[in-house]
Design a protein around this ligand. Structure first.
Ligand code: HEC
Length: 473
């Protein structure tokens, strides 16, 4: 049913030592298969927060960090810990990687399958289109151009298949200084207005440091701006809307056909107030953990569901979400989003106005620390997910396929992931997923997806590769 044994060069390069195996079993879930981070920091990052000497790294592993990383001193023997420390050190030295600030070091993706990938309803080849520094999103423009945002603050243009060497001049960059270490992404999502061919508007989300929250952690100020591209110059720039966000972990924008702009906001604190129902994602006065909805010039639409409530943040469309990293409309105009749960509990949700999606009260996930707490998957008044994933693939990209190049995929959701590095084809029948097929695996962490004017499926990977799936004739 799945891929007909495509060859993944990455798999061939990994020599599985006992320490590598331990890492894969016990650490990769949080720190990433390639140590490039996830729920835990990128261990291949050039900066250590808790010390880089062998003794300090061993102590990090032995003692853990409450509440976000368990202590492994009990589960691992001292020789095991020493082997892991060696493995971390050697992997760093052998494969220096880029951090979130977009610094380029020697890194090549290795997982692009050679030859034809055969799946149930389509056969395709994977082609590389362009390579940039750590990206967040891309959008198709007129004139055979593709706009790509690099998280460190540069907008790049691919024109007729070639990456322009110089970034877009005068474009919003966000502000890197002051953003927390795990969150160094001043430049985020980019999309075009539904009437882009007439009005030329391009929307972009940027971040800068805002005030600390109640627990003392830094938060972000997210700015939605719009502007137009003239040549390689950003012009007519203006701010559409600003709001405070816990982090930059899951900001994604989408337009509906009546030109309302939607944006998902994260709320993935580890130390929630008790009772959980008081958490920001459940608090209608907070913009965190929500899907927000606004007009294309940033005003509150008169039919937003909580306008009647004096204490509510008026932009809220739906609430109780953890990290709604994807957002897309299907052909009937229904809104869908996936979100990352904590250790289990990734959800694919049908988003309806005014509904509560449950986080952090109702989730299939488990807390990160070692507390014995059962997941609490159902509750009246809370929307159940259409699909709940376990283990968490870290869902990150979503589009509904409406092109002509893959007739067998028409109308299907293409849903992809970071940690699991997989792309799924999901066929929906109402609120039920009736088909779920993995159509691509192992290439890279997937960051963004869209269908090109040519009908090909374009994917942007976390290490900076814009690739596309081209049907095999
Ligand atoms: C449940 C998630 C989780 C698991 C599992 C996990 N870690 Fe961590 N780890 C974290 C988080 C989160 C941090 C950051 C803690 C902080 O800075 O407060 C961290 C920090 C670290 C650090 C310190 C990094 C620095 O910047 O100094 C090391 C080293 C580390 N982990 C190694 C490991 C190893 C080795 C394993 C497997 C045996 C492992 N971790 C398993 C979540 C995890």
């Amino acid at each position: 049913m799945l891929l007909a044994a495509p060859s993944f060069a990455s798999a061939q390069l990994v020599a599985v030592s006992p320490a590598a195996q331990k890492y894969g079993e016990m650490c990769a879930g949080c720190h990433g298969v390639e140590m490039r981070g996830g729920q835990g920091p990128a261990l291949a990052d050039p900066t250590w927060l808790h010390g880089s000497s062998d003794e300090e790294v061993a102590r990090s592993i032995r003692q853990g960090f409450r509440p976000s990383m368990p202590a492994f001193g009990g589960a691992l023997s001292e020789p095991d810990i020493k082997a892991l420390v060696d493995y971390l050190r050697e992997t760093r030295a052998a494969k220096p990687m880029r951090n979130n600030t977009g610094l380029r070091e020697a890194y090549e993706p290795t997982g692009v399958p050679r030859g034809v990938v055969r799946t149930e309803r389509a056969s395709f080849r994977v082609e590389k289109v362009a390579q940039v520094d750590t990206p967040y999103a891309f959008a198709f423009l007129s004139g055979n151009r593709i706009l790509i945002t690099e998280v460190a603050g540069r907008m790049r243009v691919v024109e007729n298949g070639r990456l322009r060497p110089e970034p877009v001049a005068g474009a919003p960059t966000g502000v890197l200084a002051g953003l927390p270490r795990t969150n160094k992404r001043p430049l985020l999502d980019v999309i075009t207005h539904p009437d882009y061919r007439i009005n030329g508007w391009i929307y972009v989300a940027t971040a800068r440091a805002d005030k600390p929250d109640a627990t003392g952690e830094m938060t972000n100020l997210i700015t939605i701006s719009r502007g137009r591209l003239r040549g390689n110059q950003w012009v007519d720039g203006e701010t559409v809307m600003e709001f405070n966000s816990q982090s930059t972990n899951a900001l994604r924008m989408a337009f509906d056909s009546s030109r309302h702009l939607y944006i998902g906001t994260p709320e993935s604190r580890r130390d929630h107030p008790m009772p959980l129902a008081l958490s920001p994602a459940q608090d209608l006065a907070s913009p965190w953990g929500k899907i927000l909805r606004m007009s294309d010039d940033g005003r509150v639409p008169p039919d937003n569901p909580f306008l009647g409530r004096k204490d509510a943040y008026p932009y809220i469309w739906a609430y109780g979400l953890r990290e709604p990293l994807t957002l897309a409309f299907d052909r009937t105009g229904e809104l869908w989003s996936s979100e990352n749960g904590p250790r289990g509990g990734d959800e694919f949700n049908h988003i309806r106005p005014g509904r509560n999606y449950g986080w952090p009260v109702v989730t299939w996930g488990h807390p990160y620390d070692a507390r014995l707490q059962a997941s609490n998957p159902e509750q009246p008044g809370v929307e159940p997910p259409v699909i709940s994933f376990a283990p968490s693939p870290a869902l990150s990209v979503l589009t509904f396929y409406e092109g002509d190049a893959f007739p067998g995929w028409k109308g299907a959701a293409l849903l992809g992931s970071m940690k699991q590095m997989e792309l799924y084809r999901v066929v929906l029948d109402g609120d039920r997923a009736v088909v779920q097929e993995t159509v691509l695996r192992g290439v890279d962490r997937l960051r963004d997806i869209d269908v090109g004017p040519d009908g090909y499926v374009y994917l942007l990977t976390d290490s900076g590769f814009l690739i596309r799936l081209v049907p095999d004739a």
